[in-house]
Ligand binder design. Structure first.
Ligand code: HEC
Ligand code: HEC
Length: 474
């Protein structure tokens, strides 16, 4: 009897590999491959690529560099997913199912999990409070002794010089980029001080991100973690942005006026509705702000890009489209958000890193794009430490019947497309896109009448959430 109870207990505590395989084949194999070798259907539709489990190397774990992960580490990745990648979180699976999955994943590389007795875990201790002194020390180390900038870049945007060396790959031979430290939403493991400390201490196995356990003291590693967190951008999401009236149009993208006005962050996703599609986008965010005078409107767009492409190396140049409906409608109808459609034309401001001047385009779909003669739009831009800042200026009313008029107090829909030359993206559709948002030139004394009509508001939030969800999954 005692024996039977014991048997039942062990059975209920030991993982059911068969169950793990069943769930894996149903939910994981399309990306990770039925043999666990990363060769599922999604292999070429994902950056980074799904993990090949047959090597037995895991990136996100709490053990020291070179050691296999704990079961809990693998379980956490499955439950939470990996932000900024196509690896979704599986919160709907039960703890038991996840335990069975972990047991099954380990069968793909049994050798790697043989010596679990001597495993060493990254000791975390008490998490300190970041203060000015630690952030300053962290900054010195980040730029100096620890050489984080070699890969993560001078401003932390993941654009360090080392990343262009041909051997800068992961252990599976795939392209890899260092995480952009100003974009917390792209961190795979997590953004808490403790997560960052574990990454610095244990490194990320299978990638060029090495462990600093032996080369830096505990305090130094916490200080660098504090500095990394100090680089985080505060992302402001929402359906609309207000442009305020100013005395003069900013002189350029670096004019201090820009630091005083509100901004809106636009989540970007790969364009996958029209051929040629982009399943491996890198850009995740564009920040927009604007101001106007009695005569003109100025709009600034900012986004991270690891390399400036003006058409060199046989790659296309970097290009941005700021897109509006050509005609404003009273209802929520708008042109198709990628590049317009037969029924509704888009009016586009185009900037290219290869050209001095901005262009105006009228688009009614990918194969019906017309460049206007001359240009009513001025553009100036600046590229520094992995950040583009592009400023457009145009008359509120150009007098040209084909051009949209910027009437203060009116909600004007806009959307953005970006084409990153380094990634082989190209106009007019193979790039990243935002959903539709609204801008309003705020009248000096705002009146209630100008509130966003409720229906329009709800619809734009709906699309925003849809893209947002897709982004989290993408
Ligand atoms: C849509 C594609 C997709 C699906 C479906 C998917 N994964 Fe992943 N998974 C990925 C990608 C991509 C990565 C690699 C991310 C990286 O390298 O940063 C990954 C990585 C992992 C890792 C590696 C973590 C590490 O520390 O290295 C584990 C474990 C994992 N997936 C488990 C699963 C399990 C279990 C399932 C099914 C329940 C699953 N995945 C379903 C795309 C997917
Ligand atoms: C030799 C290049 C290299 C150096 C030097 C380097 N890193 Fe990294 N780092 C990477 C790469 C590559 C990744 C992305 C790994 C991935 O995508 O899985 C990364 C990722 C990270 C992450 C993201 C973890 C997450 O949750 O996604 C953090 C944080 C980080 N590094 C911090 C640092 C700090 C701090 C330093 C200096 C102490 C440093 N790195 C030095 C290459 C490097």
């Amino acid at each position: 009897m005692v024996g039977l109870i014991f048997l039942l207990i062990t059975l209920s505590f030991s993982a059911d590999i068969e169950n793990g395989k069943r769930i894996y084949d149903e939910w994981c194999a399309q990306c990770h491959g039925y043999e666990g070798d990363g060769k599922g259907y999604a292999e070429n539709f994902s950056f980074p690529k799904p993990r090949d489990f047959t090597v037995g190397v895991y990136k996100f774990k709490t053990t020291v560099s070179g050691m296999p992960p704990l079961d809990d580490d693998i379980a956490r990745t499955i439950r939470e997913g990996l932000h900024g990648t196509t690896m979704p979180g599986w919160k709907r699976l039960s703890d038991k199912d996840i335990e069975d999955l972990v047991a099954y994943l380990k069968t793909f590389a049994e050798d790697a999990f043989e010596d679990m007795e001597d495993i060493e875990i990254v000791k975390v201790g008490t998490v300190p409070k970041c203060d000015e002194r630690m952030i300053k020390l962290g900054k010195e180390l980040y730029h100096g002794e620890a050489k984080c900038i070699d890969c993560h870049g001078l401003a932390g945007r993941g654009d360090g010089e080392k990343i262009w060396e041909p051997k800068f790959k992961d252990d599976w031979g795939n392209k890899i980029y260092p995480v952009n430290h100003t974009h917390p939403w792209e961190f795979r493991r997590g953004t808490s001080l403790k997560d960052i400390y574990i990454t610095i201490t244990g490194g990320i196995d299978g990638t060029p991100m090495t462990s600093y356990l032996d080369s830096l003291t505990d305090e130094q590693r916490w200080s660098i973690a504090c500095y990394v967190r100090s680089l985080f951008l505060e992302r402001k999401l929402g359906p609309s942005i207000r442009f305020v009236k100013v005395d003069r149009i900013p002189e350029g993208p670096k004019d201090p006026i820009w630091d005083q006005v509100d901004y809106l962050d636009l989540p970007m996703a790969g364009q996958v509705t029209i051929e040629p599609r982009n399943f491996t986008p890198v850009l995740t965010n564009v920040r927009i702000r604007g101001v106007y005078t009695d005569e003109e409107v100025a709009i600034l767009l900012e986004w991270s890009d690891r390399k400036k492409n003006t058409g060199q190396d046989g790659l296309p140049p970097d290009v941005l489209y700021l897109k509006f409906p050509q005609k404003l409608s009273e209802g929520p109808e708008k042109p198709h958000f990628v590049i317009g459609d037969r029924k509704r034309a888009m009016y586009i401001w185009r900037w290219s890193a290869a050209e001095e001047e901005a262009k105006e385009l009228i688009a009614k779909g990918p194969d019906r794009i017309r460049y206007q003669e001359g240009s009513d739009v001025r553009v100036s831009y600046h590229y520094d430490k992995g950040l583009y800042r592009v400023m457009f200026v145009r008359k509120l009313d150009t007098g040209d019947r084909e051009d949209l008029v910027f009437e203060p107090g009116r909600f004007i829909p806009f959307a953005v497309s970006v084409f990153d030359g380094q990634e082989g993206e190209r106009e007019p559709v193979k790039g990243t896109v935002s959903a539709w948002y609204y801008l309003i030139l705020e009248p000096p004394t705002p009146i209630r009448v100008y509130a966003l009509p409720p229906a329009v508001f709800l619809i734009s939030i709906g699309i925003g959430l849809y893209l947002h969800r897709r982004l989290k999954e993408a």
